[in-house]
Design a protein around this ligand. Structure first.
Ligand code: SF4
Length: 116
């Protein structure tokens, strides 16, 4: 194996144990016109899969650190993660030094392939 690929492989290795591996991505991602009760029902179905998933924690960490804007990851909805990021950002600002770029953490926003 090419050594240059090892860090990337380690980064994604948790996905091999994902309970959602091979499932229809429509369980985890909303169609554009989904609203209200339909959305809550779909999210609850996805969260039930996540509840029994052995890699829930690394999945959630990945989604939060990469600011995954869509879908259910690690049992969290996009709304849950947005609230978490907003909370962390206000904590960060409270502790931040006077220099730096507020609101920028330099994290690459990439797209994972776990769902589907
Ligand atoms: S979204 Fe994450 S926690 Fe949920 S089943 Fe898939 S890998 Fe597991």
């Amino acid at each position: 194996m090419n050594n240059h690929l090892r860090p990337l492989l380690t980064h994604w290795q948790w996905q091999a144990e994902a309970a959602c591996r091979g499932m229809d991505s429509a369980v985890f991602y909303s169609p554009p016109d989904e609203r209200g009760e339909d959305r809550r029902r779909r999210e609850a179905s996805a969260q039930a899969v996540c509840a029994a998933c052995p890699v829930r924690s690394p999945c959630e960490r990945f989604a939060v650190s990469n600011r995954e804007a869509h879908g259910v990851w690690g049992g969290t909805t996009e709304r849950d993660r947005l609230e978490q990021v907003r909370g962390n950002r206000s904590d960060w600002r409270a502790e931040a030094p006077t220099s730096g770029v507020p609101g920028s953490n330099g994290v690459d926003i990439s797209h994972a392939t776990t769902h589907g």
